[in-house]
Design a protein around this ligand. Sequence first.
Ligand SMILES: [Zn+2]
Length: 151
Amino acid sequence: MEMDKAEIKKLAEFCQKMGLKFTSARRKVLETIMACPSHFQAEDLLVQMRQQGVKVSKASIYRTLPLLVQGSFIREVGVGDKQTHYQYSYGRPALDHLICLNCGKISEFRESKVNLALQEIYQKYGFTPKKEVILEIEGYCEFCRHAIPES
Ligand SMILES: [Zn+2]
């Protein structure tokens, strides 16, 4: 909750840069996210903040999340037909995701081989990626794969 957390300062700077007010709601959203163990949805934040007695509207959470994505504080994970999940990403390396379509479990991994392969591809095509690449592979986890009827 202290004022001098690097992330909070960074968010204040980012809001200023974007010509936006650094409101207590935006600050609270980021603080709540920082306390989240891993992946979360907008709804999770709402529930958590209400439980902590924070007065925040659903709309203000939904407005703050894209801002935080833009500022690289969080990243979107598993943007599929299901609800968008987010992950706190400030100062954290990109991790690839295995997303279970049945139970919603998200497993993270990063194989150095993946990075190497990407570097080779960029070199081969003389290409510079705009943002970090995160693999999002949808399927079924080890517990759910048995429950899936064979097609
Ligand atoms: Zn599963």
